[in-house]
Design a protein around this ligand. Structure first.
Ligand code: C2E
Ligand code: CA
Ligand code: CA
Length: 693
């Protein structure tokens, strides 16, 4: 390095200074730099020329003029003190190198012995040290203020430091845990295998992440997400491990709750439809691997709606819970029973080795549900209809399987309930047919395919026809006569029953006028479906339009309608009453109606259900029940009509029991209007009791 060192320097001094790895500069009295050694140029990039005068320095080696002024002031202060005390205080300065880098240096100054006015200044780069210091400061701040719990363990796995968050999460203070093994924090639910596994991962990779149940001071456990990292000694041995963790107990609980809400039915706590589908799809995959078939039950409670209406929703809810328990108890595995919705349940039977088990389980479920339920002081009876389908025989997808089982369940219901049916292809065809029948029904009215028939109702003491029940017939162009027991339910499901029911009513009003020409007291009864009570109708005005006496009309309703405590239904029934229309309870004895209902609604007729009449014999329980119904009805001022009377014996028994009216094939099938009119006129002309074809 060339130099303008104007001191009595020697080559030796310069050689020594240039050989030193420490940067040196020499400063003269005029505050000019008169010498820089090689190490200075090497470290900071500047030659003497670049920085010799204060002016040059101000804008090059300091980042800005303000900082340059500040340093200058401090420097002068240090100089002054240094001259007085002969000791210069070191000065920390931020220097900008020629290449733009910033360095932090400590400058030490001494007077050069040869010239008291020149200062030899050594510069020590402390940038690294400074950065480390800052990092340590930062780390300490993070450690102290972090929301995450932290602990540092020694190579021997003892706790050597914890942060405040550790204490607030676990309630352990430093005194509680310092120098204790870290394993004291781990929940007792883990066996030694867990710790061995974590340790072996740490040995291998130095890192571990995962969920751990941790004990708090008072013993309760929390779930934490923790990350362990290792600090190594230079020789590669473990120095310390640092563990960071956060409490995820609440988060996990919230996740579990959300999972439960999405997958479980809140009422019965059974898996819901979503969960069932997921399981079914898994089991289908399993079955493909194991080659073992699986069965699905679709179960619907029989008569649940009636109970819900009769006893109220709280009882209905409890019944569902109890029924769910009974089904789950009989199923092989808890998860395999789901509440599908309403009063529908599904059962999954995977891994079947023996297909005979299917029927056994179905039987057990039905038998168990047949046992009475004791709910809030009520003894409640239900049954269940089950549809069964098998994978892979019947279908290959979850959706198709469920549809099959559902269809089979409908067939079980149709066949009389409280039984199980296996799905068959025939059922599928019928379901498709049902669908096409529903479509045809939409046009039946417009295409004049419907006709109202009348079945005579005979007064037993005189055997004369006094009334007739309007029974709808559908003459389908391809299928011929379709039974109302098939198409009325379809009409109810689709709401078509309102339109059809109104039409039947208007027809009945017209025809009743014709029948009245034979007998002014002749009554026509019209079946009204519960669905129709939910819609508006204009029946009372229809009657006044034709100047027809409404006493000649009877509405037949089912017991289930009375059981509902529904304002709309009550108002509708009151309207009928005001208009002079009488009311009959159809199919009496099959539902839950009690005497109090009959009184409350001011009913005129009871129609004893066919099922009682069919099995009527002298000492049968049906006989006893029919007698009881008749006596009770008469006490309440109601008349009794027995339905489905097919034999002389039934007719005789009913007569002796005091029954008022009979209706059935023994007297006549339902007839077209003209046939009934003919019958009425022949009855009139003969004036004697007749039996009719
Ligand atoms: P329901 O009101 O109980 O009608 C009596 C059913 O018993 C009629 O069946 C009738 O033909 C049948 N029946 C009469 N006597 C005998 C007998 O001696 N033995 C046997 N085994 N059966 C007899 P139908 O006409 O097939 O009607 C079936 C059901 O369809 C009716 O049962 C009723 O619930 C419904 N229905 C018929 N027409 C209408 C209607 O216009 N509106 C509504 N909402 N439902 C109707
Ligand atoms: Ca009826
Ligand atoms: Ca009936």
């Amino acid at each position: 390095m060339t130099s303008e060192l104007s001191i009595e320097n020697t080559e030796l001094t310069q050689t020594i200074l240039n050989a030193s790895p420490t940067p040196f500069i020499v400063h003269n009295k005029q505050k000019e730099i008169v010498y820089v050694n090689d190490a200075f140029t090497a470290q900071f990039g500047y030659t003497l020329k670049d920085i010799s005068t204060p002016d040059k320095r101000g804008t090059t080696i300091y980042s800005n003029r303000e900082y340059a002024c500040k340093i200058k002031k401090i420097w002068e202060q240090h100089l002054k003190e240094g001259i007085q005390n002969n000791i210069f205080k070191p000065l920390e300065v931020q220097l900008r190198c020629k290449n733009g880098d910033c360095r932090t240096i400590i400058a030490h100054a001494t007077h050069l012995p040869e010239s008291a006015n020149n200062l030899l200044i050594s510069l020590h780069d402390i940038t690294r040290h400074k950065q480390n210091e800052e990092m340590i400061q930062l780390a300490s701040t993070v450690f102290q203020h972090s929301g995450e719990g932290m602990l540092v363990t020694s190579a021997e796995k003892n706790i050597i430091a914890i942060n405040p968050a550790f204490s607030s999460i676990t309630n352990f203070s430093e005194a509680d845990v310092l120098n204790k093994p870290a394993s004291i924090l781990i929940s007792k639910r883990y066996d030694s295998a867990f710790l061995t596994e974590v340790n072996s991962i740490l040995e291998l990779s130095g890192q571990w992440q995962g969920e751990v149940w941790v004990c708090r001071k008072k013993g309760e456990e929390i779930l934490v997400w923790s990350t362990i990292n290792t600090i190594y000694n230079e020789d590669g041995s473990v120095k310390q491990r640092v563990t960071l963790f956060s409490d995820i107990t609440e988060k996990r609980q919230a996740e579990l709750l959300a999972l439960k809400q999405a997958n479980y039915d809140p009422l019965t706590s059974l898996p819901n439809r979503t969960f069932f589908f997921t399981r079914l799809e898994e089991e289908i995959k399993n079955s493909n691997i194991t080659n073992k078939p699986l069965a699905i039950f679709f179960l619907d409670l029989d008569g649940f709606k009636v109970i819900n209406d009769a006893f109220g929703h709280p009882v209905g809810d409890k019944l569902l819970i109890e029924a769910g328990k009974r089904i789950a108890d009989t199923a092989p595995n808890e998860d395999s029973v789901a509440r599908f919705g309403g009063d529908e349940f599904t059962v999954l039977l995977p891994n079947l080795n023996d297909l005979n088990r299917i029927a056994l389980i179905a039987d057990t479920i039905i038998t168990s549900l047949n046992q009475p339920f004791q709910i809030e002081g009520n003894l409640v009876y239900i049954s269940a209809s089950i549809g069964i389908t098998i994978y892979p025989d019947d279908a290959l997808t979850a959706d198709d399987l469920l549809r099959n089982a559902d269809q089979a369940m409908y067939f079980a219901k149709d066949a009389g309930r409280s039984r199980y049916f296996y799905f068959t292809q025939q059922m599928q065809r019928s379901s498709i047919e049902r669908f096409s029948l529903t479509n045809d029904l939409r046009e039946a009215l417009e295409l004049n395919q419907l006709e109202v028939y009348y079945q005579p109702i005979v007064y037993l003491p005189t055997k004369k026809i006094q009334k007739a029940e309007a029974l709808l017939r559908w003459n389908h162009p391809e299928r011929g006569m379709v039974s109302p027991s098939i198409f009325i339910p379809l009409a109810e499901e689709t709401g078509l029953i309102n339109e059809i029911g109104n039409w039947v009513f208007h027809q009945a009003v017209q025809h009743a006028q014709l029948f009245q020409q034979h007998n002014p007291d002749f009554q026509v009864s019209v079946n009204v479906s519960p669905v129709q009570f939910k819609a508006q109708n204009d029946w009372t005005s229809a009657i006044s339009e034709v100047y027809f006496s409404s006493c000649n009309l009877v509405i037949e309703i089912t017991e289930s309608l009375l059981v509902k405590d529904d304002r709309q239904i009550i108002d509708q029934l009151l309207d009928f009453r005001t208009a002079g229309i009488q009311v009959a309870i159809d199919d009496f004895g099959t539902g839950y109606a009690s005497l109090s209902y009959l009184n409350k609604f001011d009913i005129d007729y009871l129609k004893i259900d066919q099922s009682f009449i069919q099995n009527l014999s002298t000492d049968s329980s049906e006989m006893a029940l029919s007698e009881a119904i008749i006596v009770m009805a008469h006490k309440l001022g109601l008349k009794v009509i027995a339905e489905g009377v097919e034999t002389e014996q039934q007719s005789g028994l009913l007569y002796s029991a005091g029954c008022d009216f009979v209706q059935g094939h023994l007297f006549s099938q339902p007839l077209p209007v003209n046939k009934l009119l003919g019958l009425l006129s022949s009855e009139k002309s003969s004036e004697s009791a007749l039996y009719f074809e």
